[in-house]
Structure formats: structure tokens, C-alpha cells
Write a new protein. Structure first.
Length: 258
């Protein structure tokens, strides 16, 4: 075969390859994996166990199924400044672990808070006492009562220390303690819940299921039916945009204090 013929054959195949359809070309797929590390706020910079940062989704779904809130979404009474919790072994959302048995709480409850609480218990299973320093309430009522029931299941004691304030949905969290106590100057702020459309408790018919949900919760926490209804009516007598402050003595009318 002459050099001219060989040259023509090479040129022919080069032209075929240049104009080959796209599906005949080799495709290379690059897959990337992102690894997320979860850190606590401890001074030693230790890494939390990845499993401890997650709450069992099935457990959350089970709790959520028992909380048919209708339109109730917020129960929140913010303050101008939020108390700080100082030094802590670790922090999980509004929770600061102080020692093996004690956690302090300052801040609101949102959709992530039940998971943060579960992660905290997984990392510090000996915790038994929640000191509620400055708790303005809930931005997510469903999450708030899921958290409250988790506190009760964990057998935790709830305490409002000297100068402490629990308001709005945080009062439900305090009621969840298997033991409840409060300093003489502790304050409890209550008011009506409001839904995403601005409707408040008294805007719903008396037989609406949303009321039964709250009354049922109060009975779970040890209030008899009469006291549950009285306390619920008391909270809803104050509009959402206002706060009525109760004392330790006022709360003792409804529940036993330790």
C-alpha cells in the first residue's frame, strides 16, 4: 500500500471520529460525597457522635400523630434581651449542659428543638434536671408539646431558678417535669396561642379539637379536669400580643410544687 493511500485512509477515519454522534462518545460521571461533622461548644472542640445528633424519625412521627393542632402554631413572649447561660460543657440549641445531671435552658422552641434535646440526652444520658432560666416560648407548638412529652418520658425535673422566667409555651415545658419547683421570685407569663392566620384560642369554637389537645396535655401532666379547664381558660383570657404574669403561688393553685 502506498504512502498516499495510507494517508487517505487515516484522514477518512479522522473525519468519521470528528463527526461521530454524541451518544457514541465516552461519558464520565463524577460523584462527590459531602461529610458533615457536628461539633459542640465545649472548649476542647470535641466532636459529637453523628448518631447522637439525630432523633429517631419514627419516634418523632409517632409523637406528631398524637398532636393534631389544627391552626395552633405559636405561643411566644419574647423579651428585650435573653439571659446568657455562661460556661457549659456542651450546647444543643437552647440547652446548655452544666454538669452530668443538670442542663440550663434559655431560648425559644422551634421545629429543631426536639431533635436537639434527643441529641443532648444521647450524649449525656445522666441528665435529670432542667433549669429554665429565660424561656420565651414556642415558635412551633407541635414541636413544643413533642418536647414536653419527651421531657416527661425522660423523667426530668423542671426548675425555675431565682430570677428565672418561663413564658408562653415554655410554661407547658415546665409542667412536663416529673418534679416541678420554682424560686420565690420566679415568673410565669401566660397568654393565648395564635395560629398562622392570627386567630387566637377564643376565635375557635369551644368544641374545636384544638382545645381538646391542650386540655388532654394538662391532664397528662397531672392536672385534674377542672384545673386543666381553669388553667387553659386563664391563659386564653390574655390576648396573644400581651402577657399575664403569674407567681409561684399562682402556679401552686394548679399543680403540686416540690
Amino acid at each position: 500500500m502506498t504512502a498516499i493511500v495510507r494517508t487517505l485512509i487515516v484522514a477518512f477515519f479522522a473525519a468519521v471520529l470528528a463527526f461521530a454522534p454524541a451518544h457514541a462518545q465516552q461519558v464520565i460521571t463524577v460523584t462527590t460525597t459531602t461529610v458533615t461533622w457536628v461539633y459542640d461548644d465545649a472548649d476542647d472542640g470535641s466532636v459529637l457522635d453523628e448518631d447522637a445528633a439525630l432523633l429517631d424519625d419514627e419516634a418523632l412521627a409517632s409523637d406528631a400523630d398524637t398532636n393534631a393542632y389544627g391552626g395552633a402554631t405559636r405561643r411566644y413572649a419574647p423579651s428585650a434581651t435573653l439571659a446568657t447561660l455562661g460556661q457549659a460543657k456542651a450546647r444543643f440549641g437552647p440547652f446548655a449542659v452544666i454538669d452530668a445531671t443538670t442542663v440550663r435552658m434559655a431560648g425559644d422552641v422551634d421545629g429543631a428543638t426536639p431533635r436537639q434535646f434527643a441529641a443532648m440526652l444521647a450524649a449525656f444520658p445522666a441528665l435529670k434536671r432542667i433549669e429554665m432560666v429565660d424561656c420565651p416560648g414556642s415558635l412551633d407548638e407541635e414541636a413544643n408539646l413533642i418536647l414536653a412529652r419527651a421531657i416527661r418520658r425522660a423523667g426530668m425535673e423542671t426548675v425555675v431558678p431565682a430570677g428565672g422566667s418561663v413564658r408562653s409555651g415554655a410554661v407547658e415545658l415546665w409542667l412536663a417535669g416529673v418534679k416541678r419547683s420554682a424560686a420565690p421570685d420566679a415568673e410565669f407569663g401566660v397568654h393565648s396561642w395564635a395560629d398562622e392566620y392570627g386567630r387566637e384560642a377564643n376565635d375557635y369554637p369551644a368544641n374545636d379539637p384544638v382545645h381538646a389537645e391542650y386540655l388532654g396535655y394538662y391532664r397528662e401532666m397531672g392536672l385534674d379536669d377542672a384545673k386543666a379547664r381553669e388553667f387553659y381558660a386563664l391563659t386564653n383570657s390574655t390576648p396573644f400580643d400581651d402577657v399575664r404574669y403569674l407567681t409561684r403561688g399562682d402556679m401552686a393553685r394548679f399543680v403540686a410544687l416540690n
